[in-house]
Design a protein around this ligand. Sequence first.
Ligand SMILES: Nc1nc2c(ncn2[C@@H]2O[C@H](COP(=O)(O)OP(=O)(O)OP(=O)(O)O)[C@@H](O)[C@H]2O)c(=O)[nH]1
Ligand SMILES: [Mg+2]
Length: 416
Amino acid sequence: MFMRITLLLLVFLPAVHTFTTMYRPTKFLSPLLRPSRLFSTPRSSSSSRPPPKPGLLQQLPAFQPPNEHLNACQKKIQYMKPDPLIKNAKLRAQKQSSLKLQTLTTLLSKPLNERQKRWHQTFQNLHPFDDVVLRLTISNRVKIDGIELFSTMSKVDDGRKRIVKLGKELSGEVKKCERTKDVNDFTDDAVDQLLKLYKSTISPTLPYLNSYHKLLRTTPLYDFTSPTLLLIGAPNVGKSSLVRKLSSGKPEVNDYSFTTKSVTIGHKWLIKKDEWGGEDRVRCQVMDSPGVLLREGKANDMEELTVKSAELLPTAVMFVWDLSKGNQGTSSFEVQKKARETLREKFPRRPWFDVITKVDVLEEEDQNMVEEVERICGRNGEKLHMVSAITGEGLEEVEVEVEKVLTEVGEVLQVL
Ligand SMILES: Nc1nc2c(ncn2[C@@H]2O[C@H](COP(=O)(O)OP(=O)(O)OP(=O)(O)O)[C@@H](O)[C@H]2O)c(=O)[nH]1
Ligand SMILES: [Mg+2]
């Protein structure tokens, strides 16, 4: 048993090594090596940061929509009362005006500052996997409409600073008013100036941050304590169809390439009988991923997400092949073989098995490719299964294999 776990630990050492070389060990190793710390004892020392938790991107606070925010601020300053202890009418009006402008400035700017700070702090303490998800989400969005997250945050922050500066100036200027009536006119005008500045700087940009909030809230939520199986394969080979069969995950299935554009996580229970006749239930994750072609060893954003999932998360891998004619246009046998070789070379000791899917439409003449896949797997003793997500043929055997590798990963995670 001890030997087995030691061997399995070695299996994940490359992943752990990547974490240590790419990130400060305290930032990432501790949750892996001492999971209990992650959930129980927050550290008191301010110099050592707490280890990153999963799910931070999904918990970012949203910004109040600009119109709602403006209305709420205006309502709040409407009912500010003058100070009855000040007998002089002009001074009383000046103090009320100054307070009103200071309050409005704070109401307009403080929530923006607080939320922006929370966002920045979150981004600085992300788990490496979430870091990649964030980077790829941004680069994807930039391709669609050119809206970049950090420059949008800077724009909002510039607007906020201008509001704070103007608010300070205006609340000081009220002292220059010579008559009580002037104070009232000045206040109305100053409130107007602050609202206008918000409308011209914050209102047009803030919705972009909220649309990022929406995007990031729906990014995959990975649980580091659950054993995970990652399905990898070329586009359109049938990965998502298998994820739907093997777990609670319901990724989209379509007859075109790159249907899956992000990782989707489904769940599955691993049920083990204990020595007393009872049951031990372990919640596992089954992860779908965008198709990989890895032409000339290069990865586009979506392919990078798949590769990084394997690199940064301690998962087992199911490599999915499609040898049927239907998929040969996008992912020829040679392309699939190359992608498989590249990935296996990158993750040589990962718990791994191969699956040839769509066997219901395989033809006699495809047999030589099946034999070639058998040879590839046989070289390193990887298991190979034949399956059809449509007819269910071979699914039981694949399920047994899935449970086996998930159990292996579970044993490693218990020791880490
Ligand atoms: N005949 C047959 N068709 C299948 C099988 N599995 C999947 N398909 C079909 O193959 C097509 C692609 O299936 P998906 O599960 O979306 O494939 P994918 O690998 O997730 O595709 P991407 O997300 O685009 O990379 C769909 O039309 C499926 O209905 C199978 O076992 N037999
Ligand atoms: Mg898919």
